[in-house]
Design a protein around this ligand. Sequence first.
Ligand code: FEO
Length: 168
Amino acid sequence: MKISSGLTKAINDQIAMEANASNNYLAMACWCQINGYEESGNFFFTQSAEERTHMMKFVTFLSGQGVKPVIPSTKQPSQSFKSLESICKTALKNEQAVTKSIQKIAELALKQKDFATRNFIQWFVDEQIEEEQKFETILQKFDLLGRDKLAIYEINKLLGSSASSTEE
Ligand code: FEO
């Protein structure tokens, strides 16, 4: 079964979203490193690489279906941030937008009885649960530990220790 033009467009849009996510995390990683949050920097570098992997999964899925994927141009990400907490809030918001977009692809695939795409997208449905939880958990820590310098230092270390367990 050939993938529909509607689903092809939705997946091409998702390729662009993942590419932008990768760049956003790269900018966040650099901000963290420059501001002394090395562990968080490592976490966001890993996140950035992970988003590129996501993008590649969509690229190879389309090309595997005999459809040429659109390799996107990307928007320049914001490079100045207020704080580590504001970065995590932005990251959660972005991940929530990705979840919505993934769910739309799943819905469309189901509607069109394209079970190959529906099956393919399930990995991302599951992945998004993890992605959102990761940032919800870290944001909770600001409420639990506080926002003074020592608390932020600890949260930075926590982010760093989760970097090694998030690679995909
Ligand atoms: Fe690829 Fe974090 O969504």
